[in-house]
Design a protein around this ligand. Structure first.
Ligand code: TXA
Ligand code: MG
Length: 358
């Protein structure tokens, strides 16, 4: 897998400044191993409200609270089932979010009024340093992905700045990667390309006694890996499962329509579209085709996930009429990738037909 050129990573001074901004109720974007987050003090409802405002996110979508390694879970939730402790032990710091019963002292602003709260301890060193600096490691940083609502999640600081229309400014002293804008978000901590590339796996452990563990969002940590630790395979969400915005039908969508096609039909569809004068961008992993613009992703699920969002963003910038994605394999290892792609293409149903009819 080809790594993107990695920018300098935020140093201690930049991290300390970011922690101070969070403590004052401001917003800070920061890298995690999954995607970049848009953070605010989880215990400051006015600060959390700023996240919703900056993202243009509906108020009934809860946000994940990020905590430092070794954080006291009992401060955040009323009950930590043994199986949840096992998952923490096995996967934290890392790309796993647990939904548990929210402690009454935690403002319901973070969970949009639901009685649960999503908690995760990220493994990115900059995220860990930020969480350790913020409130002496005892705070929680509420952070959704640092993109406008419905858009593709950012996996680099540059993506965040693009998303919020920020100009980078040079600040050698602060150890890299602080960007300023007059708007709500003033700081983006630099941390290179997010290693995992898609959002954390979310498991609802808040209704264990009645529903068992429920997989609200697939990700890098698979249902099977979870089962291997707790001896129970997380079920698919039921009607009563807590809401998750990443589970909306349409999400992670670039501006250009996106559609998926099996390798066999790629070349033919491409030539029909091009014959109509449609510029097409392709994201592929196994097929070989000629296209106006294209990105080849690794044919393994982890490598593919790492490159997916950057590929969608880059292909979105090519002025194409359509982004055509070669359908990835459908087995369990690809669940996280296929989940994101399915939501990216959702709003573009019928686009090939209508482009061919023009
Ligand atoms: O990898 C990630 O999880 C990234 C990084 C920044 O940590 N964050 C992320 O946040 O993806 P966001 O807000 O874009 O997606 C979080 C998902 C949403 O779908 C939200 O609805 C769900 O988590 N969620 C948060 N708290 C919840 C709760 N109490 N009950 C059910 N779902 C919850
Ligand atoms: Mg998101």
């Amino acid at each position: 897998m080809k790594q993107q050129p990695s920018a300098s990573v935020a140093g201690q001074a930049a991290i300390a400044e970011a922690a101070a901004i969070l403590e004052q109720g401001g917003l800070v974007a920061f890298p995690t191993e999954t995607v970049y987050g848009l953070g605010a003090d989880a215990e400051n409802p006015a600060a959390v409200a700023r996240i919703y405002e900056a993202k243009g996110r509906p108020h009934d979508h809860p946000v994940i609270v990020h905590v430092a390694p070794g954080a006291d879970l009992d401060y955040w939730v009323t009950e930590v089932p043994e199986q949840a402790r096992q998952l923490v032990q096995a996967f934290w710091p890392g790309p796993l979010t647990l939904i548990l019963k929210r402690h009454p002292q935690i403002p319901d602003a973070v969970s949009a009024g639901q009685d649960s709260v999503g908690i995760r301890c990220p493994s990115h060193p900059v995220a860990i340093a930020l969480l350790q600096a913020f409130k002496g490691g005892k705070g929680g940083v509420a952070a959704p992905s640092a993109n406008k609502f419905g858009n593709v999640s950012p996996t680099t600081a540059r993506h965040v700045r693009d998303e919020f229309g920020m100009d980078q400014h040079d600040d050698g002293d602060l150890g890299g990667g602080i960007a300023c804008s007059a708007a709500e978000l003033s700081v983006v901590l630099e941390g290179g390309s997010s290693q995992v590339g898609i959002e954390s796996t979310i498991v609802d452990m808040s209704r264990l006694a009645t529903h068992g563990p429920v997989l609200l969002r697939p990700g890098h940590i698979s249902a099977q890996q979870i089962a291997d630790v707790i001896g129970m395979l997380p079920a698919a969400p039921d009607q009563a499962a807590p809401r998750a915005s990443g589970t909306l039908e349409s999400h992670y969508a670039p501006r250009t329509p996106v559609t998926m096609l099996a390798a066999e039909s790629l070349a033919e569809t491409l030539s029909r579209l091009r014959a109509r004068g449609v510029k097409v961008a392709v994201i592929r992993h196994a097929a070989t085709v000629e296209a106006d613009a294209q990105r080849v992703l690794p044919a393994d699920p982890a490598g593919y996930a790492y490159g997916l969002y950057a590929a969608l963003r880059d292909m979105d910038q090519t002025g194409s009429g359509l982004i055509l994605v070669e359908t990835p394999p459908q087995d369990a290892a690809w669940l996280g990738v296929n989940d994101r792609l399915r939501r990216s293409v959702f709003g573009s149903a019928g686009v090939i037909e209508s482009l061919l009819q023009k």
